[in-house]
Ligand binder design. Structure first.
Ligand code: SF4
Length: 333
């Protein structure tokens, strides 16, 4: 497997929501290092890599959410480095604001060059609020859409599909703010982080078939298949590419600050190799844990994650240095 990408993440901005599917398991607190420390660390490491590992694609990003007084500065930083967040902002989890404050926020990010605002909706009002972990979030998201449109920003709305919210997602499409959005996308929630708690809520091929064409058509059929299809169609291939992410924390910043960039990449890579060496190949995992009659729909990375978890639980004692949640992690594609 070849390492093709190295990112640095700094979760230095607390999120005001507490979504049930949060990949990062955000708990309402910042867990990264302060904003300036993160930027200066990333500048040093990524410029060293640009010289010594030009084969790697690199990135630096902040989270959990974008609601920081440094937002405009961060957009400028992304612009300078050609990062996607210069033009595209995911904006769930902001603190509630009045309409005029929101208008001002959207105008400011537009002036800085942002083009698209991305917001996720989980269902109709009561369900959405509960899923997002705060009362009033549904109405606030609608206000954000209105303000974004007033400012001339494009809106991308995304909707996780689960067994328990399917009907709501369908009825949500006729809400004027949703109907007017520039683009709508439907996806399956991630299985990592708090997404693990949603694994008994997966939709089936039959559920998918009953959805309106407008929703069905945005599903990438090559990406989302039933477990039975993944197994039948011989679509399972061994991952060839490794995407590494270093997550900065107050506990590890000193350690990494003393290392050369290439050594940091080597260290993370070695931990990932050690983790993978304790697991069977993907083909073997499919033979061991694949359920040939399962009609639940998966993205392959989530299916692989489930098989690996089943193996880890069964065998025990596997050193999972490359954590699956909020610390340094790897993705294999
Ligand atoms: S808004 Fe994003 S970061 Fe915040 S809890 Fe929801 S999914 Fe997690």
């Amino acid at each position: 497997m070849k390492t093709v990408s190295f990112s640095i993440a700094n979760y230095c901005v607390p999120c005001n929501s507490h979504c049930r599917h949060c990949l990062l398991s955000s708990c309402g607190k910042a867990t990264g290092v302060d904003y300036e420390t993160g930027i200066s660390f990333a500048n040093r490491v990524l410029s060293e890599l640009a010289e010594q590992r030009p084969d790697l694609s690199t990135n630096y990003y902040i989270g959990y959410c974008m609601d920081t007084p440094k937002l405009l500065d961060y957009i400028r930083y992304c612009k300078e480095h050609g990062y996607a967040s210069a033009k595209f902002l995911q904006m769930n989890g902001f603190a509630f604001r009045s309409e005029s404050e929101l208008d001002h926020l959207m105008e400011s990010i537009k002036d800085e060059g942002v083009e698209i605002v991305d917001l996720t909706m989980y269902g109709t009002k009561e369900y959405h609020d509960k899923f997002a972990g705060r009362k009033g979030d549904y109405e606030f998201v609608l206000s954000m859409i209105r303000s974004a449109e007033k400012a001339g920003l494009q809106t991308l709305l995304t909707f996780p599909l689960m067994r328990e919210n399917l009907d709501q997602i369908v009825s949500l499409q006729s809400v004027p703010e949703v109907d007017n959005a520039d683009r709508r996308l439907f996806f399956m929630p991630h299985s990592k982080g708090r997404g693990r708690t949603l694994q008994d809520n997966l939709i089936t091929r039959q559920d998918l078939n009953h959805l309106p064409e407008s929703i069905k058509n945005t599903f990438d059929k090559a990406k989302f298949k039933t477990e039975a299809q993944w197994l039948e169609e011989g679509a399972i291939v061994e991952p060839e590419q490794r995407y590494l992410t270093l997550v900065l924390t107050p506990n590890n910043i000193e350690h990494y600050s003393q290392m050369k960039a290439t050594d940091i990449v080597d260290e993370l890579e070695a931990r990932d190799i050690s983790f993978l060496s304790q697991l069977p190949s993907v083909t073997e995992l499919a033979k061991m844990y694949g359920r040939k009659d399962n009609q639940e729909v998966y993205r392959f990375r989530d299916l692989l994650f489930r098989w690996r978890q089943e193996y880890i639980e069964e065998k025990g004692g596997i050193t999972c240095n490359m954590l699956e949640e909020t610390q340094e992690f790897s993705i294999h594609l």
